[in-house]
Write a protein that binds this ligand. Structure first.
Ligand code: SER
Length: 317
C-alpha cells in the first residue's frame, strides 16, 4: 500500500486548512484526517477521515498500521486561553498526546513527525522586540509550559532515537477558513467576522497590544517547506522561531476601517490580556530564514484585503 500522511487535530485551526493543502499536493487518498469528534468531519470528506482520541496510543498505532503511515502531523492540542481555563486538561491533551504520537512513531517505524510549537514558549522575561531563537523559555501559561516541554521531548526523540521531528514556533495564525478556537491571538480572526457581520467588534485585548501574527497561507507554506527541507538543512529539532508581521489591535482595526469606514471597535481587555502581555511583540526568525530559506509573503494590508474578500464571498454569497 502507498504510504500515507496522518494529520491529528484535522478539524482544528491549522488542520482545517493544512489537510486540504496537503491533499492538493499529494492526493486526497494520501492524507488521513484524524479528528476527535465525528462532528468535525463534513469538510474533510474528500479523503479518509478517522475519529481518534490522541490520548489512546493503541488507537493511534492501529491507524498508523492500517494506513501504512510514514509522516504524522500531530496538531491536536488546546490553545492558550482554553488551556488557562483548564490547565489539567491542557497538560493531558497537549503532553500525553505528543508523547503517544512520538512513541507510536518510534515503535512503528514512522520516520517523520511535525509538531506545532508557538510563541507561547516565551515568558515575560524574553525580549519583547525580536525575541531571539535562543531566548530563555520561561512561559507563565500552561499552554506555554506544554510547548516548552513538548519541544524538549521532540528534541529528545531526535537525539535518542533519530526520529526526524520538525517543529515551528507559530505566531498567532489568521485563517479565512477555520473559525477562532480558544487562542489569545484569535481576536485578529474574530475582528474580520464581526466587521462583516455586525460592523462593530468588542476586542478582548487593549488597543496598543502588539503580537506576532501570520496569515494562514504563509503558515501552510512554511510548514511544508520545513517538512520538505533536506535533513542536513534542518539543524533544530526543537522549535524554529517563525515570523511574518506584528501589529497592534488598533492597527488591524484601522486597516479594516480603511476598507469599511463605518467599522467600530471598543476595547474591553479580559483575562487574555495577561497572556498577551507575557508574550513578545515580535520574533527574530533569522535562523529559519538561513537554514531552510523561509520568507513570508503577506503583510498586514495584503492579508486584510484577502481575508475580507474571502469572508465576504462566503458570508454573502
Ligand atoms: N495562537 C496561539 C494562541 O493564542 C498562540 O500560539 O493560543
Amino acid at each position: 500500500m502507498a504510504s500515507r500522511i496522518l494529520v491529528t487535530g484535522s478539524a482544528g485551526q491549522i488542520g482545517a486548512e493544512l489537510v486540504p493543502y496537503l491533499r492538493q499536493r499529494f492526493g486526497n487518498d494520501r492524507v488521513v484526517a484524524a479528528i476527535h469528534k465525528a462532528a468535525g468531519a463534513a469538510l474533510l470528506r474528500a479523503g479518509p477521515v478517522e475519529v481518534v482520541d490522541v490520548s489512546s496510543a493503541e488507537a493511534l498505532a492501529k491507524l498508523v498500521k492500517e494506513y501504512a503511515v510514514d509522516t504524522i502531523y500531530h496538531l491536536a492540542a488546546l490553545l492558550s486561553a482554553t488551556g488557562e481555563n483548564n490547565p489539567q486538561l491542557a497538560w493531558q491533551v497537549n503532553m500525553d498526546g505528543l508523547r503517544n504520537v512520538l512513541e507510536v512513531a518510534r515503535t512503528n517505524g514512522v520516520p517523520k513527525v511535525f509538531w506545532p510549537s508557538s510563541i507561547g514558549v516565551f515568558g515575560p522575561d524574553a525580549p519583547k522586540e525580536m525575541a531571539p531563537q535562543n531566548a530563555a523559555l520561561n512561559p507563565t501559561t500552561m499552554y506555554g509550559v506544554t510547548k516548552v516541554a513538548g519541544e524538549l521531548l521532540c528534541n529528545y526523540y531526535f537525539l535518542k532515537y533519530g526520529l526526524d521531528v520538525r517543529c515551528l514556533r507559530y505566531p498567532g495564525l489568521i485563517s479565512s477558513e477555520a473559525p477562532p478556537g480558544g487562542g489569545t491571538t484569535d481576536y485578529a480572526v474574530e475582528i474580520f467576522y464581526e466587521a462583516l457581520r455586525t460592523g462593530s467588534y468588542s476586542c478582548f485585548l487593549r488597543e496598543d497590544t502588539v503580537l506576532p501574527m501570520m496569515y494562514m497561507p504563509d503558515a501552510l507554506r512554511a510548514t511544508v517547506m520545513l517538512m520538505e527541507a533536506p535533513r542536513t538543512e534542518v539543524r533544530l529539532h526543537s522549535g524554529y522561531n517563525l515570523s511574518a508581521i506584528s501589529f497592534s489591535a488598533g492597527e488591524i482595526a484601522g486597516e479594516i476601517r480603511s476598507r469599511i469606514p463605518s467599522f467600530k471597535v471598543t476595547y474591553k481587555p479580559d483575562s487574555r490580556q495577561r497572556i498577551a502581555d507575557s508574550w513578545p511583540q515580535s520574533i527574530d526568525d533569522s535562523v529559519a530564514r538561513r537554514d531552510w530559506g523561509w520568507r513570508h509573503e503577506y503583510d498586514l494590508s495584503k492579508m486584510t484585503s484577502d481575508m475580507l474578500s474571502k469572508l465576504d464571498k462566503r458570508m454573502n454569497g
